[in-house]
Design a protein around this ligand. Structure first.
Ligand code: NDP
Length: 332
């Protein structure tokens, strides 16, 4: 790669809606420093968190300007000094926190996530965040077991679809909720046992009945806001509610006595901190690998956009018009 070669990037220059705050810049292709790998970025998986971070509404403060794209996949172009264990031409996924919306990215080797070489770049970009989060929600913090019911909200979204697949790979039974019949059809296609519109007027009773009349022992709370109080009503005695997402971006007030009375547990989950927790990673590694080997985990790329339509991709995701993982292909 010549030092004068340039590439197109998307830069979030200031806080604001994607259409106003994202701009294109032509910048030099980076050279990999010691401990880094240069990737040709082939697909970027756009997470809800990317859209929130670009608007400075994520869990951590955003520092501008920056290149969004926390999760992406590409082929290894060259290795910086001291790097081993990856080969030129290898397809890898990457969790670098930012920098994906570019033709190339130079990333620390520690940010790479190995993927099966049979994956397409879009599948590789749809894999790490959603499936690792689903695994930790179901097992590390949810203690889910074969035969147990789990409720998955926003079931056709990237995390929702990953959670259904992961739960079925664990032989769990799934109640899936989403806002439209089309989205529920997708959930059924992935193996959801029971599907329910999230605004069904009898949803609380229907969910409790579906799980044997006693409520659900494990709930993946993805929508948040007022849904949290519904989750409390849907949960079985001693049930666990894993707070993973707040896609509704609503605030909520919760009466803690409802948790006390039925011995419920509410647990927050943030993949970022679990990835930095050696104990969680060590515990998860073998079981996660075994589940992948079963062949039921097939990442679900959703709609794909060229780099020039990045702002539209962000808006479609925020407007709940997408299913599966939103993909941007920088070279399209
Ligand atoms: P998606 O965009 O794929 O899914 C979001 C879904 O949320 C939408 O499709 C929609 O489904 C539902 N939703 C409900 N209410 C709203 C609303 N008011 N506005 C927008 N969407 C709404 O995103 P992901 O699956 O990637 O992420 C889902 C949530 O999980 C996000 O909050 C994200 O930040 C979080 N997350 C958290 C992680 C963690 O480590 N804690 C890791 C990964 C994701 P429907 O129309 O069916 O209601």
């Amino acid at each position: 790669m010549s030092e004068t070669e340039t590439m197109r990037t998307v830069v979030a220059v200031h806080e604001g809606r994607p259409a106003e705050a994202l701009e294109f810049q032509e910048v030099p292709v980076p050279q990999p420093a010691a401990g880094e790998v240069l990737l040709k970025v082939e697909a970027v998986g756009i997470n809800y968190a990317d859209a929130l971070a670009a608007m400075n509404e994520y869990l951590t403060r955003t520092h501008y300007p920056y290149v969004p794209g926390m999760e992406f996949a590409g082929r290894v172009v060259s290795l910086g000094e001291g790097v081993s264990g990856v080969q030129e031409g290898q397809l890898v996924a990457c969790l670098a926190g930012h920098g994906g919306l570019a033709g190339y990215a130079s990333v620390p080797v520690s940010a790479l996530v190995p993927v099966p070489q049979t994956y397409t770049p879009a599948q590789a970009a749809a894999f790490a965040v959603s499936y690792m989060t689903a695994f930790h929600a179901l097992r590390t913090l949810g203690y889910g077991e074969a035969g147990q019911w789990v409720l998955v909200q926003a079931a056709a979204g990237a995390l929702g679809q990953a959670s259904i697949q992961m739960a079925k790979a664990l032989d769990m039974r799934v109640i899936a909720m989403a806002s439209t019949e089309e989205k529920l059809e997708l959930a059924r296609g992935l193996g959801a046992d029971v599907t329910l519109l999230q605004d069904d007027p009898e949803r609380v009773e229907k969910v409790r009945q579906a799980a044997g009349g006693k409520g659900v022992p494990l709930i993946l709370e993805i929508v948040g806001g007022r849904r949290i109080n519904e989750s409390v009503a849907m949960a079985a005695s001693r049930g666990r509610i894993i707070l993973i997402g707040n896609a509704s971006r609503e605030e909520v007030s919760l009466n803690p006595t409802h948790l006390m009375k039925r011995n419920l547990t509410m647990t927050g989950l943030w993949l970022n901190s679990l990835l930095r927790d050696p104990q969680a990673q060590a515990q998860a590694a073998a079981e996660f690998a075994a589940l992948l080997e079963k062949g039921q985990i097939v990442p679900q790329p959703g709609p794909s956009y060229p780099l020039s339509e990045t702002a539209q991709a962000f808006e479609d995701l925020l407007g709940r018009r997408t299913t599966g993982k939103v993909i941007i292909e920088p070279w399209r």
